[in-house]
Design a protein. Sequence first.
Lengths: 361, 397
Amino acid sequence: MLEKGKISSHQFTIMIALFIVGGSVLYVPAGLIHTAKQDAWLASILVVGLALLLVFMLNALGSSFPNMDFAQYCEKVLGKWLGKLVSLLYFFYFFLSTATFVRQFGDFVIIQLLRETPILAVHILLIVIMIMAVRYGLEPFSRAIEIFFPFILVLFVIFIISIMPMIHFHNALPILDNGIKPVLGATVKSLGTPYLQLVLFLMVFPAVNQTKPAKRSFLLGTVLGGCVLALVTLMSILCFGAFFSENQQFITYVLALNINIGGFWQRIEAIMAFIWFITIYIKITLYFYGSVICMGQILKLKEYKSLTFPLGFITLFLSLIINKNIVESDQQAEWWTVFSLPFGLLIPLLLLILSKVRKKA
Amino acid sequence: MERKTLILILLSSILLSGCWNKRELNELSILLGLGVDKEQDQYVVTAQVVNPSEIASKKGGSGKAPVVVYQSKGDTLLEAARKVTTAAPRKLYFAHMRILVFGEKLAKEGIGGIVDALLREPEVRNDFYITVAKNAKAADVLKVLTPLEKIPANNLFNSLEASAKSWAPTEGVTLATLVNNMTSNGISPILTGVEIRGNVNEGANLKNIERTKPKTTLDYKGVAIFKQDKLIGWLNESESRDVHYALGKVKSSVGNVKCPQGGNAVIEVMGIKTKLAANMMKGKPQGSVRIKVRGNVGEVECKGLDLTNPNSISYLEKASETALKEKIKLTIGHVQKNYQIDIFGFGEALYRSEPDAWKKYKKNWDQTFSEMPVTVKVDVSIRQTGTISNSPLNNMK
């Protein structure tokens, strides 16, 4: 174990919930609505069910090796070289994701807030605090998340209440106009972002101080995060209708932009920006943490801090070249589900089966 | 190690901070009204910009105009908007825009291109209203100075809001609604029209607002009907009100009723609830509008109406029901016959209630709409009669 710190199951729940919300809260609704139109909210609820099945599987895998992280039992189950190879693949997966989300963050800031600022400047600021958090370790980081959580919760509630007056229920009609197929399509697509990414938490799982509550936390966190996404998707449809929503880059932000109660409770889109900044920061840091630990295990290092600076700088440059423009980023979201499938589902499933078979034999 | 980190952070805070995007108030031209016209093949952008020194000072300023109007031409909207800087000392700032005016000529040729630019621009919010200049250029509308509200764009915005609330021939349409209706098959957009009454040049002069009755004023008049993004016709004031009744947009208004022995009584509308629906009847689409009106007796200008008698109230209810119903029916028929375009959203209603049938009619909906029977049902309930019961007219012999 490279990680010496311990986190509580409570912190684990919050971490998972915010991880799911992070990044997705701005992008996922529009993508879902694009596929399933006004029934997208159905898809976003269905997918939580699927995600729970996935989490059951990840839980089973995590609790069969309660004191090892994912990269470690990869080697144990698959043998030294094959195991290292798989760990290396996971390292690339986590690392690419880190860069992708850093870029998402940069794109949003450049498009909506600081239009003339070089994206590099935004990325450097983010990556510096990301490296800092990973160097401090998981324990202080989870405490920081715990401090942020109530703020995010309160702001989210304020946000939802503030957009209530814009609701028009007829926007959700007719239900299931194009049949169930697009809804299922959207469900599967939405499984990729963000739920298949939950495999990352197999790197964190052994750090939770008790295994049994950790399993419950994993499920609870997923449901919490999923509910937030479902609520946001539903609100986008009810307030703007499918037609307007699917064409927006950041529909949730546009919702916040349109808040206007009585002519004075308005222009509070910073609420949404705050929620999004904090949650995507948590997501990016966890991804980076995952890739650092993964690399550390592959190289059999005694401590992982020495990796943070080199990998951090690579992230910085990778994030600048990973996508040429915003259209490519959107395209990436389309094929990312397929790309995530082996990492998020197939390989963990294979490991679980292999480990069970080995134990019996 | 710790020290190194600290140095790194301090260094980055020095190197990275600062104000890349700083935009101080005194570097911005705060745009409140935007007008777009078309001349030959070029867009003409008219920007009504606040003159801060006139607005800020409490002593009434130095007698200069409270706003400045800049104008420039360009092949595209953004080009024209940026060209404004050749005349204005500062870059235009769009986030406080209150009103967007389209010139009638431009509206007839299509507003689609402009709408895209506004949706794409992150500075532009969705809280301004959109109108069409009737028989005028948008540029002229923005030149007219207004009393009470120092800034004409604010005047336009507030007057639209006030009249939408209390008289109902107007409705503030925002960008999101306009785009939704422009792109939908089942509903076509309408925008309130604004008219210049009087001479533009006199209206642009500060003297205009020094009079108790300004020579030139801006009035909202009627509603412009659009087919997708092109203006195809106008509805007059009373037709506009009927349309807003059918759309359920009326918050308050007044309506006249004929008394049994001649003269008028006025019903003050306190609130309405509209249910606009479309259904399939014997294989054909059919529209229906059901309006529930809650009102008070606001004015009695006729003798012989005994308001202490419940029968008079039910008479007034009946009479106003028929009057309103006939008017709305007439207007819907007028739109069906003369414009053949669904500005009411019967198409969307059909899509919601019978999505399968909608697929068949989607392609040619406006044609179907113009031949579709529409039933109108109005239900008026009168609650109060104001602070007096019988009219003093009754006692005059």
